[in-house]
Design a protein. Sequence first.
Lengths: 192, 115
Amino acid sequence: MTPHLFWNNKAFTYIVLSLGFSAVYALNNLLTAPLLLAPGAHLIHLPSGIKFLLVLVFGAVGAFSIFTVSLCAALGYYFTGNIPLSLELATANAVAPLLTRKFFIDHASLQENLNNLSWKTLLSMGVMFSVLNSSLNQLILYWNQVITTLTDGLQIMLIGDLTGVMLMAGLIRLFLYAFKPDTGQMTGIDKD
Amino acid sequence: MKKNYYINFLNLLKAFETSAIDAQLDSTCKLILEEIAIGVSNDKLLTVSDVMNLKQFGSPATLHRKLDILLDAQLVEATFKGSNRRTKYIDLTESGKAYFVRLSNAIQAVHSNGQ
């Protein structure tokens, strides 16, 4: 696999992202199974953070990867054989980060290539994505009578998405901070 | 321009690395901050009046507004010297010093990569 192919060939990008995301999704569900407190609602959901970042960078290709993985997970595991519900959930999972990205580009002057993306904007986007994602997912589950009360699942999933997004962002920032090369030379300004 | 995911990725990393302070500073703020830093490094702190007199960077009203941004961003602070409570001096805060250390490190990194 060459990096050039990954960054420039949409089909290849889609395949790699789908495989990568499905691995993370499966691992998260395995590790945080006790935290699945309501249908479709983990208390900590790291894939939400990854989902958000994937769509932020890869746009529609990232969203399509998420759609594919969500559809497979719903059809094959959570709601076996229920095609309409699986399609609805997969669409919601792909649309939530895509809508967040589009909203910030259209209404908050975010550039398409993220050139003016700041840490503050990133966190605001994370909050908007979490609200959208949890609302859409829980509304679909409620609409399809998988859950009977909307608020319980919504609260848990919102917390799960928020912690997932914030943990992911924090971990990446920590990683960059820890492994950033430090040349160690100071300017004359710091006189201490 | 054709969509380039790698550029998006680099910009995302940049957002993780830079603080919100960097994003809100425009070029005038940075020029004023540099003048203040030069004053600090020469042990000759600029006063608020000195900053207002940096006419090459803008009108006093603009300079005042930009100085407020720097104060709000906690990159600089207004201090008094001794018992003189009439003159306000502008000094770099720890964040302000860290900002220049970060710039210095970036230049060092570019320099060492070029060798």
